[in-house]
Ligand binder design. Structure first.
Ligand code: SF4
Length: 378
């Protein structure tokens, strides 16, 4: 096993890590040393000891999907009896609820509907933007943009410019999974690695920001994970458009892939991936803790493994919860977990700008009810 001490020393001396060094870190079992280095880099990038979170919700406008991903428990084939498309009234109702809780935006994604051309998305955005002009519409993902490209015959940049003009605020990094076609082609018929990266390039070219994601444990090994990180870092060097990196582990319940795959990433694997990505992706500012998939306790520990953001309170989430991630938290709970990890909690918006709403909300610094804590500790 490679001695990782010199690698961590180089990272702490702000020397960019190579792919081989990234591999050595991911193969190492010394997660305490890797975590400490990632925590040190996190502290340098965010010296005010603040950990952020966002109040928003996921709205899934449709579960109809034209492709097959064996890791997905959410989609329904076109024509299946339990398909749905949310109406504009239903979406507005969800946005109103979010605003009432102090929310600043919404993450809206759906399956790849075979009948929705660009006009459908433009109409949706225009209607929402007209009704909620300051509410941030963080919507769609590279596979959905690629689907619009297939249906409407437009190039990615034209699509992104039109969606931006219609009110799109930013793009979630969904559908990244593992950015290596050897893995992607085994588990999904959606867009390729190059297409995912090309959509993101177009997003950044029209002046929008996006996040980058990784879902691992879908048959990938360390070499695929390193290639994924390298591709994200290269694109970030080119465009600077990624606001954050978010990784999580495959959730197997109710999925075809889950019945086939024998092993799955552990808590140690998750923490190591988070910490190594903080060290390797030296050009990305924010790293999110995925408490939704890892549980609240591990999600809290992640704050000492390179994460500076606790993600969303997730008023609603349908995709990973369909695959077995049932963790829930409200704002008070997230603030409590952040404080108990030694940080100052701070609400943010989708582009990581701070939202100064807390002083007007009286009971947010209270310790959560004992029933909520019992659920946390169960
Ligand atoms: S992950 Fe997305 S693209 Fe894949 S089947 Fe599910 S809804 Fe469709």
């Amino acid at each position: 096993m490679t001695d990782i001490k010199p690698i961590l020393e180089r990272a702490l001396a702000n020397v960019r890590l190579t792919a081989d060094e990234c591999t050595a870190l991911l193969e190492s079992h010394d997660i305490a040393a890797i975590g400490a280095a990632a925590d040190e880099i996190r502290q340098r990038r965010h010296p005010d000891n603040v950990v952020t979170y966002i109040i928003d919700r996921n709205i899934n406008y449709t579960n109809v999907c034209n492709v097959v991903c064996t890791f997905c428990a959410f989609y329904r084939r076109p024509g299946a009896p339990d398909t749905y498309v949310r109406t504009i009234e239903q979406i507005c109702e969800k946005i109103d609820e979010t605003i009432a809780l102090g929310g600043t935006g919404v993450l809206m994604q759906g399956g790849l509907h075979p009948d929705f051309g660009i006009e459908w998305y433009e109409d949706l955005l225009r209607t929402l933007h007209a009704k909620y002009p300051t509410f941030q519409l963080h919507c769609f993902s590279p596979p959905e943009i690629h689907n619009i490209h297939l249906i409407s015959g437009l190039d990615y940049e034209t699509i992104m410019q039109r969606l931006k003009d219609a009110g799109l605020y930013s793009l979630p990094g969904g559908g990244g999974e593992i950015l290596d076609d050897e893995v992607r082609k085994r588990v999904s018929t959606k867009c390729t690695t190059e297409e995912w990266l090309d959509v993101m390039r177009a997003v950044h070219r029209v002046g929008l920001r996006s996040t980058a994601t990784m879902m691992f444990g879908i048959g990938d090994d360390v070499s695929h994970r390193v290639k994924h990180l390298q591709r994200v870092r290269d694109l970030q060097d080119e465009t600077g458009g990624f606001t954050a990196f978010i990784s999580w582990t495959f959730q197997r319940e109710n999925t075809a892939l889950g019945r086939r795959i024998k092993d799955e990433p552990t808590g140690i694997d998750y923490l190591k991936m988070l910490a190594v990505s903080r060290l390797f992706l030296d050009n990305i500012e924010n790293f999110q803790s995925s408490w939704l998939t890892q549980g609240l306790k591990l999600g809290q520990v992640a704050l000492r493994f390179g994460a500076n953001d606790m993600g969303s309170i997730m008023i609603e989430e349908n995709v990973v919860s369909a695959a077995g991630a049932h963790n829930r938290a409200d704002e008070k709970m997230l603030r409590y977990l952040i404080r108990e990890a030694g940080f100052t909690p701070q609400q943010r918006d989708i582009l990581y700008a701070r939202v100064d709403r807390m002083p007007s909300v009286p009971d947010q610094e209270a310790v959560p009810e004992s029933a909520d804590l019992a659920a946390l500790l169960s």
